[in-house]
Design a protein around this ligand. Structure first.
Ligand code: T1G
Length: 673
């Protein structure tokens, strides 16, 4: 039997044993790592000539957590909770030498060590809550005892990592050492403390309750935690640490961990963790495809989208030339970019120098031909095919060979745009979501002739500008907006049949969406897509648009809004609905919430199945990623396709059949991939 080398090795430095993990890519604490750590610590404890130990990792980071790929499978010994208790029980001090991101189980291993030193750039975190879990290896018991309840609540219930500086200030680490001398400095630290007694053990520290901090934290985050199970469980475990000793507390942590691990929400959130990473892969484009250089970006259009798109590249340090047709539009666009940066700086998320650095990379121009020789040009103008085709014809004439020509179109046919050029292989869709400098989703629309290296380049660029990219095929609305169509169609029909905007939106918000279809229409603008002909009033939406009820921006849409944009039911909208129900002679009836779910959410799933059947999305999990990052689908439901599978395809099909919808074959057969 071939024995694979253990990812753990030991190095002896006089009386110090250094234990090193080499388990790329992130030193996940898989079975082999746990077994190796256990053996190495036992070796150090048993060796009388060893006075202290150091645990550190090769590669880019200290342990970044338990191995998520092991979840749901039988776990091999030693389980992480036992391993960390064994480390802490050592009668010789153990120093954790931290670099990169000590996350989850990695942070728990560090907490079980008696001392912790870190490189200045290191981060520590307990992000399990983002997987619908909680630190299940003593982290909820040790962290508050070491760093205090307020920081422990922040770290466990919200899941964001903290810097080495914050960790040092909170007592979570003992020293920040050299960025490039972590190994040597940790060794020196171990020599420094090897004879110090008593050996500090986090689990044995006292921890006083802090009910005010818990109440304040819970209140401050109530909206953020709405619908999630894991945050409350993390809070309960941290509170338990202040009420009982470690054995009882860790037993409670274990039971809460198992409750979450076996629940739907964690399954959904772990699904998304991998789905997001899978989305970056293009099945028929090799991962090692050479990328085209992108060192300068051109953007056509300085409107809301063009300006937002520009910010993504400016913030990533890429120079941007932005083109407009009028000085007034150009000045306005540049002013909006600056205003957005200044608003970010006002919140302390950017320094004034960073704002100026970003703005210095921006070159506004009225001269289309003054674009220069950008490696990527993104067209972000009015959603009109003729306008776009004209621009791509002109780009074809001036852009340098090999430049990537992208359209930010939300719906339109990339192939029809590419056909206006002699270089369709260089044409691609880059569909940003508004506000483009904030929303993380980028739909990368692959034309029939888009070259593989163009796709690979845009996918890599998406990661650089901190977007989550999903490849879509050419189909009206691509993935996300195409699935919005049946949802909107049915929502409008339900209005005429007797449902109210309030009821329909409430069903969606209770489901976990940030807002319902009509709240979303008011936010985006009721006039978006309106034909602007006041004589043509063919729908409730036309009626609202004609009356100037364009949504929040006009303090009136499907709802009325006060100056704080708080929505209120609108008597005028109720009148309009009654008029239209009469005019269309639609029979009125009580409509159940269940019917709203069936007609607005099940139909979206059905559309997703059709998109997959037509090959317009690579995989069902990509559709989930689109809806999580583009529309705020609740992460604890995993995305429309994951949710449908969890609900049961039979139930979805029955709901669609009930209302006479044509059901996608793959959905009816339950063969969605
Ligand atoms: N387990 C298994 N694989 C992991 C992993 C993990 N914990 N973390 C990352 N990977 C894989 C990832 O799938 C990808 O694989 C590759 O590593 C690079 O990741 C008991 C229960 C560490 C900040 O939640 O946040 O500990 O796609 O693309 O952008 O209390 O990975 O290349 O095949 O994300 O540089 C808690 C999750 C687990 C951390 C690096 N830990 N990871 O980001 O690279 S639960 C986490 C991350 C736990 C205990 C509990 C990030 C990163 P592939 P990447 P990156």
């Amino acid at each position: 039997m071939t024995t694979t080398a253990s990812p753990i090795r030991t190095e002896r430095h006089d009386d110090i044993l250094v234990i090193v993990s080499d388990n790329p890519p992130v030193n996940a604490l898989g079975a082999a790592v746990r077994q190796g750590l256990e053996a190495a610590v036992k070796q150090g404890v048993a060796d009388a000539s060893i006075t202290a130990m150091v645990i550190r990792c090769d590669g880019r980071t200290f342990f970044a957590g338990a191995d998520i790929t092991e979840f749901g499978k039988p776990m091999q010994a030693p389980l992480l909770p036992m391993l960390v208790d064994m480390i802490e029980a050592s009668d010789k001090p153990i120093v954790a030498a931290i670099h990169g991101t000590a996350l989850g189980g990695g942070c728990e291993v560090a907490l079980a060590c008696h001392y912790r030193v870190a490189a200045p750039s290191a981060k520590l975190g307990t992000p399990e809550v983002k997987l619908g879990l909680l630190p299940g290896a003593g982290g909820t018991q040790r962290l508050p005892r070491v760093a205090g309840i307020p920081l422990a609540l922040e770290m466990t219930a919200k899941g964001d990592p903290v810097s080495a500086r914050t960790a040092l200030d909170a007592g979570l680490i003992d020293r920040i050492v050299g960025e490039d001398s972590l190994a040597e400095d940790a060794l020196a630290f171990a020599r420094e403390i090897r004879a110090k007694r008593p050996i500090p053990r986090a689990s044995q520290r006292a921890l006083a309750p802090d009910p005010d901090a818990v109440a304040a934290f819970t209140k401050a985050n109530a909206r953020r935690f709405r619908g999630f199970e894991a945050p409350a469980a993390n809070i309960a475990c941290v509170v338990k640490a202040s009420e009982t000793g470690y054995p009882e507390g860790v037993a409670f942590e274990r039971s809460e961990f198992m409750r979450l691990m076996t629940g739907n929400q964690s399954a959904a959130q772990r699904h998304l963790f991998f789905a997001e990473r899978q989305a970056a892969r293009i099945d028929d484009v090799p991962a090692e495809t050479a990328l085209r250089p992108v060192d300068h970006v051109g953007i056509i259009g300085a409107g809301t989208m063009g300006g937002g798109i520009a910010m993504n590249f400016l913030s990533a340090g890429l120079p941007v030339t932005i083109v407009e047709t009028s000085a007034e539009a150009l000045d306005r666009g540049v002013a909006v970019i600056r205003r957005n940066y200044e608003a970010t700086a006002a919140k302390g998320r950017m320094t004034p120098e960073q704002v100026e650095r970003a703005m210095a990379l921006l070159t506004p121009t009225l001269e289309f031909d003054a674009l220069g020789t950008p490696d990527l040009v993104i067209e972000a103008v009015y959603e009109n095919m003729e306008v776009k085709q004209d621009i791509f014809t002109r780009l074809d004439a001036i852009a340098k060979p090999g430049a990537i020509l992208a359209s930010n179109t939300s719906y339109l046919d990339i192939d029809a745009i590419a056909a206006c050029t002699a270089r369709p292989q260089d044409v691609v869709g880059m569909h940003f979501f508004s506000p483009a400098n904030v929303m993380k989703l980028l739909e990368v629309v692959r034309g029939a002739k888009t070259a593989g290296d163009v796709l690979a380049t845009v996918m890599a660029l998406a990661k650089k500008i901190r977007k989550v990219a999903v490849v879509a095929g050419v189909t009206y609305g691509f993935i996300g907006n195409r699935m919005l169509i049946p949802r909107q169609t049915e929502a409008n029909a339900l209005l005429l049949e007797g449902a109210s905007p309030e009821q329909i939106d409430r069903v969606h918000v209770e489901f976990g969406m940030p807002m319902g279809p009509f709240q979303m229409a008011d936010l985006a603008g009721v006039d978006i897509g309106w034909h602007r002909d006041p004589a043509r009033i063919e729908s409730v939406r036309d009626q609202l648009a004609v009356e100037g009820r364009w949504g929040q921006k006009k303090q009136a849409g499907f709802y009325d809004y006060d100056e704080k944009r708080t929505p209120r039911s609108s008597p005028r909208v109720a009148e309009i609905l009654d008029e239209w129900r009469l005019k269309t002679q639609t029979p009125q009836r009580q409509i159940s919430d269940e019917e709203i779910v069936e007609r607005t959410l099940y139909t979206m799933v059905n559309e997703g199945a059709l998109i997959l059947e037509e090959g317009k999305a690579q995989r069902a999990s990509d559709i989930d990623v689109v809806w999580i990052y583009g529309y705020g689908w609740p992460v604890y439901r995993g995305g429309p396709m994951f949710w449908a599978k969890a609900e049961g395809y039979d139930k979805i099909v029955a709901g669609l059949d009930k209302h006479g919808f044509p059901v996608a074959n793959s959905l009816r057969q339950g063969s969605i991939k």
